[in-house]
Design a protein around this ligand. Sequence first.
Ligand SMILES: Cc1cc2nc3c(=O)[nH]c(=O)nc-3n(C[C@H](O)[C@H](O)[C@H](O)COP(=O)(O)O)c2cc1C
Length: 223
Amino acid sequence: MDKYSWIDGQGADLAAALLHSRQTILPKRLAAPGPDAAQLQAILAAAGQAPDHGCLLPWRFVLVPQQARTALGEAFAQALRERDAAATPEQQQQAREKALRAPLLLLLVADELGGDPDIVPAERLVSAGCAVQNLLLMATALGFGSALTSGKALQSRALRTLFALKEGERALCFVSVGTVQSRKPARARPVPAQYVATLVPGQGVQPWPETGGNANEDRDQPL
Ligand SMILES: Cc1cc2nc3c(=O)[nH]c(=O)nc-3n(C[C@H](O)[C@H](O)[C@H](O)COP(=O)(O)O)c2cc1C
């Protein structure tokens, strides 16, 4: 029996509890301790469960351990100078300090070009999004807070050089994980009526009812 086959349709409550408990905890609110070696392995392995058309593995994560944070901070300061030659020393220092937050820091990189050209960048980015969400959920399941952060530095020459990104690779976001120091109230979530519609023959795309619909209703219709 597969190690995880016990879930076999029984995991909805567990999945809902996990999904509903994940929220962004910004890096400044994430402190030590971070994940230990076994927890880190579980968090990283979760990403590998992402769907991946053509099995291209079109994304990867780069760990940024504490001893590499000074170099990352320098790249942030340099990225700021790239786009604003007049950046003050204080602004550069603030940029450097962003690299020091959160005990676990990873950069998510997508490969938009390598391998099968029929698998377009959008598909690869969807796979990367699934991978990072898996990672965030496993971090949540282990009791950690987490956040994705982006910003203009991701596109900078300084950051591309530091991480030795190849042509066709794109730095998507940083992932921070750590122990929650404080959290904001959970935000209001969108409901399916805001993001779901149904294609109805002869009527075009119709909104999903506020009260919820029945995606299986076609099954009762003769073919
Ligand atoms: C790719 C990506 C990049 C993000 N970058 C930032 C960021 O730079 N700063 C920030 O405050 N939040 C960032 N976020 C987090 C969103 O702001 C956050 O997910 C949103 O507010 C919803 O909150 P929730 O994650 O608690 O649902 C990013 C989210 C994604 C998906």
